[in-house]
Design a protein around this ligand. Structure first.
Ligand SMILES: NC(=O)c1ccc[n+]([C@@H]2O[C@H](COP(=O)([O-])OP(=O)(O)OC[C@H]3O[C@@H](n4cnc5c(N)ncnc54)[C@H](OP(=O)(O)O)[C@@H]3O)[C@@H](O)[C@H]2O)c1
Length: 365
């Protein structure tokens, strides 16, 4: 097994950077700038801003990013398949040109879609044209799935899959890195087993594995595995994607999360001052959200949350000020687990290399 060389990248706690020192005195905004060191030599902000929206309305996305920048978010997560790259680019470029932020102070992630595994360099160049940027900070293989070059829908047709050729795809990703088109390369939705396979031939190890991570899907084995190899875990759907067509209220409505939320001071008054949340009717949703996000941060992951609603964006930032105690963390460890983004749309009996969900996740589900 050739992955031992990569263990050198494991981080010491002292390497976890902070912009305002350890302990109190930080506001949520200041904490959002805090960052974790990656094995490629750059840092990733603790709290990121997701830009996947089913509506994919360009003006709404742009406005949300402008508000997020004002509030202190510095990591913006996009992907070719989200269709949000142009809006992300316009909003960020505007802020850079106005002098409100410097390019060095923001972190942009984008992702290689399955139909671009044939040519990651061309795909990333197109992403950079969409963003009107010279580089992205992180470029991820979105899924361990290769598709026909013409497959451009988020849900591929049954006949659009090709056998995964990770070695060739990763060589293309390494080329992107060598060319300076990105400052780091990584993966998303990779099991421990697929990371292991990748490390057997990788010259540049992945810096990040972006995966579903929240109190109802805690990824204990994967976090430990990645931690030992110095691969940073980034959490997507940290709230379980409530309100998304494939998402769930299972995280924010979980009784354990709600009781921890109550303990940390949700009051009906606090809730009534926030904007209405139609998808989640329970009264202490506000603090439940903070508990879920803070749990993610407590795992040493960076957390990417999406809200295009100004009030909820602020609430989510407020999670950085919440402190969970050992009892809270133990209670969360006892919670029943359930993966929400299962990836059924990538499984079929004909052209997909994954005949079952277990194949896709290598039985790590
Ligand atoms: N790599 C991958 O395969 C992958 C997969 C999924 C997601 N992602 C990335 O991760 C990001 C975040 O994940 P996600 O969007 O799936 O899920 P999420 O952040 O867990 O949840 C987003 C949903 O929660 C709502 N929400 C946000 N804050 C809230 C609050 N304080 N109270 C109540 N509801 C709230 C949002 O609605 P409003 O906007 O109306 O507030 C939205 O419907 C995505 O945008 C994307 O960038 C990556």
């Amino acid at each position: 097994m050739s992955s031992c060389k990569h263990k050198l990248h494991t981080l010491l706690p002292s390497q976890i950077l902070s912009s305002c020192g350890v302990g109190g005195g930080c506001t949520g905004e200041m904490r959002a700038h805090q960052a974790k060191q990656l094995n490629c030599g750059i840092t990733i902000p603790n709290l990121g801003f997701g830009t996947y929206s089913f509506e994919n309305d360009r003006d709404t996305t742009e406005l949300a990013i402008q508000m997020a920048l004002e509030m202190g978010y510095r990591h913006f997560d996009t992907a070719k398949i989200y269709g949000s790259e142009p809006a992300v680019g316009t909003a960020l470029r505007g802020a850079i040109l106005d002098g409100r932020v410097e390019r060095n102070d923001i972190f942009v992630t984008s992702k290689l879609w399955g139909s671009d595994h044939h040519d990651p360099v061309s795909a990333l160049k197109q992403t950079l044209r969409n963003l009107e940027m010279e580089y992205v900070d992180m470029y991820l293989v979105h899924w361990p799935v290769k598709l026909k070059p013409w497959a451009v829908c988020a849900v591929p047709r049954e006949d659009e899959f090709e056998p995964l050729d990770l070695e060739t795809t990763w060589a293309g990703m390494e080329k992107c890195f060598e060319m300076g088109l990105c400052r780091g390369i990584g993966v998303s939705n990779f099991s421990c087993r697929k990371i292991q396979q990748l490390l057997d031939f990788a010259s540049v190890p992945p810096a990040v594995n972006q995966v579903e991570l929240h109190p109802v899907w805690r990824q204990t084995k994967l976090r430990q595995f990645c931690g030992e190899l110095g691969i940073h875990v980034s959490a997507y759907s940290p709230l379980g994607a409530p309100g998304n067509c494939w998402g769930s209220n299972a995280v924010v409505e979980n009784p354990t999360i709600q009781s921890i939320a109550l303990k940390h001071g949700a009051t009906p008054a606090q809730v009534s001052h926030s904007s209405p949340i139609t998808a989640i009717p329970l009264s202490n949703t506000l603090e439940s959200v903070k508990v879920a996000l803070q749990w993610g941060l407590s795992t040493e992951a960076s957390v990417i949350v999406k809200s295009f609603n100004q009030e909820r964006m602020k609430e989510n930032m407020g999670a950085l000020d919440l402190r969970l105690d050992d009892y809270d963390l133990l209670e969360i460890e006892k919670m029943e687990e359930r993966k929400i983004m299962r990836g059924e749309f990538l499984v079929n009996d004909t052209t997909s290399p994954y005949k079952t969900i277990q194949d896709l996740w290598d039985d790590e589900i």
